[in-house]
Ligand binder design. Structure first.
Ligand SMILES: [Fe+2]
Length: 226
């Protein structure tokens, strides 16, 4: 892992390890991840859920479809449409390791968060984790947790972050290893992850990530439909 970035008052991004999260357990949550029915290129699998934090525990909220406006996600037939996905595996809401991951992220969000969303995304083969290019996600704060880099080359799937408030200057270009958590103030930065490059002789290769967002994605729907 590349150097830990310490939190500073004017910093928009942080990369940190999560040593108290059992990565093998989180990896198992991807075992039956369904293919993204809305993604025409076919190399993406996806789930999404909304959760509420209450009394130190996590509770699954009602399922709600995802809407990202075309201005946020310009990918044709993807951004600008309502996309429904299955929930994450139900047992994750009871997982102390998933709860620790969420709490680690929220320690970097400068206000109390009750509701948030989690999105599991698997990108396969030589696919692009970010097919829409350099972008923001449309939330206030997001985190990217890398769960699995399976049979992909070390130089592939690098994540780049730019400042979107000033002159789009480069803030970071980082190889996120398995178990790394990147926290971003989504209102102030743009990000991008380069394409996967399968290792030689690998016929099954993929990268699994969990994206955490606040507000939860139902609020984004409201935000862009008013
Ligand atoms: Fe993104």
């Amino acid at each position: 892992m590349e150097p830990l970035k310490q939190k500073t008052p004017d910093s928009e991004k942080y990369t940190l390890a999560c040593p108290d999260v059992d990565l093998e357990q989180i990896k198992r949550s991807f075992e039956n991840i369904p293919r993204d029915p809305h993604f025409e290129a076919g190399y993406r699998c996806r789930t999404q859920s909304r959760y509420r934090l209450q009394d130190g525990a996590m509770r699954l909220l009602d399922r709600f479809p995802l809407f990202q406006p075309s201005a946020i996600n310009p990918l044709e037939n993807y951004g600008g449409i309502v996309r429904d996905y299955d929930d994450l595996p139900a047992w994750l809401a009871e997982s102390p390791h998933f709860l620790r991951l969420v709490k680690t992220w929220l320690s970097f969000v400068p206000y109390d968060v009750q509701d948030f969303s989690a999105h599991q995304i698997r990108t396969e083969g030589g696919g692009k984790p970010v097919p829409e290019g350099r972008h923001r996600d449309g939330y206030d704060h997001v985190a990217l947790f890398v769960v699995n880099r399976h049979n992909i080359s070390r130089q592939s799937a690098r994540t780049t972050v730019w400042d979107s408030l000033t002159d789009a200057r480069l803030l970071d270009n980082v190889l996120l290893e398995e178990g790394d958590l990147l926290c971003l103030k989504d209102t102030d930065v743009l990000h991008f992850t380069s394409a996967l490059e399968p290792s030689a002789d690998a016929n099954d290769s993929y990268r699994d990530v969990i994206i955490l967002t606040t507000p939860d994605h139902s609020k984004i729907y409201d935000r862009y439909h008013r």
